[in-house]
Design a binder for this molecule. Sequence first.
Ligand code: PRT
Ligand code: MG
Length: 219
Amino acid sequence: MTQDASLITLALSKGRIFDETLPLLKAAGIEVAEDPEKSRKLILGTNRPDVRVVLVRATDVPTYVQYGGADLGVAGKDVLLEHGGQGLYQPLDLNIARCRMSVAVRDDFDYAAAVKQGSRIRVATKYTTVARQHFADKGVHVDLIKLYGSMELAPLTGLADAIVDLVSTGSTLKANHLVEVEHIMPIASRLVVNQAALKLKRATLRPLIDAFATAIPKE
Ligand code: PRT
Ligand code: MG
């Protein structure tokens, strides 16, 4: 929990999560004072003296909230599954930054045949926890290769046969001659709250969580 008991710190990542959280903040009467794309600041003020936003990497949001660097934050389900969710209260699925986690291969790779033959498949991904579970559930033998970005490149260079990555429009896969062969799960972002902060700053946090809940986009 951030030290000052009267101050609420919200962790967000720049880009789609920041952009899609703005309408939720607005519903709670909160307006961020600066545009993160135009400023180099990592701590942004709001119209509320007791609320500030800190900008962190998407994968660092759960860590900030878990250890109290922020009282609450918005993180993708993909990120939360890899983090493990320890120490986090997850009151809301915000239905924002939606996409799906999928298995994709080169368009000339016969995935179904490889699975049927029981071949070991080399899979490159940032999401090793989810990928390991998915292939174990299916009884498919895989060698996982951990990457931190540009997964799409792995099958094109021969690093891997398949990738597990997020897909939204599908245009990145298409541009790289890859095809989706399995949908693993739908992904959206969630509100995460530090458990100690929820108790000690309940009077401020509860109305904020409730306001977020009323503003969740339907579809
Ligand atoms: O980009 P950076 O390395 O800084 O961090 P990040 O990729 O973790 O952050 P960001 O802002 O890109 O993503 C934050 C969260 O948005 C993720 O954790 C997801 O929960 C969610 N999200 C929703 C997505 C996408 N849609 C998405 N399409 N995250 C990433 N992508 C990528 C995907 O990995 C692939 O490279 O976009 C590409 C595919 O998009 P399409 O439209 O071409 O299919
Ligand atoms: Mg990204």
